[in-house]
Design a protein around this ligand. Structure first.
Ligand code: SF4
Ligand code: SF4
Length: 119
């Protein structure tokens, strides 16, 4: 009984062992694999990242100059980052926010202006 009482008192005066996520964020560890982002201004829509992705989390439409990323399908393996020679796929040490749905992220580059569009 005295031992249990000591445990109860200890638990009452000690700080909680967990954080109130997502209200209080923890600093990411060095080289943490948080999530993937794309710098679409450098993308040539070659599709190499989509071919390497084991989770099928990337779709590339070269004609429309569009890259679709499914963050909730991504396992943050980094294969797209290694496979992108343009350096547009990057891992950042920030975790994705919790969400009620699983939206896709659309990255679009402006279509090149054709000569007949300028007339
Ligand atoms: S992100 Fe990189 S690998 Fe993927 S389509 Fe763009 S240039 Fe190609
Ligand atoms: S990190 Fe891995 S799973 Fe995520 S998009 Fe890139 S290749 Fe696919």
């Amino acid at each position: 009984m005295p031992k249990m009482l000591a445990t109860v008192v200890d638990n009452l005066v000690s700080r909680p062992a967990t954080r109130p996520h997502p209200y209080q964020r923890r600093e990411a560890f060095v080289r943490a694999r948080g999530r993937i982002i794309f710098d679409i201004s450098r993308c040539v829509f070659c599709g190499a990242c989509a071919l390497r992705c084991p989770a099928g989390a990337i779709r590339v439409n070269r004609a429309e100059r569009e890259l679709v990323f499914m963050p909730f399908q991504c396992i943050v393996c980094g294969a797209c980052v290694e496979g992108c020679r343009r350096g547009c796929a990057q891992i950042i040490p920030q975790y994705h926010s919790p969400a009620y749905s699983k939206p896709e992220e659309y990255y679009r580059a402006p279509l090149p202006v054709r000569e007949d569009d300028q007339l």
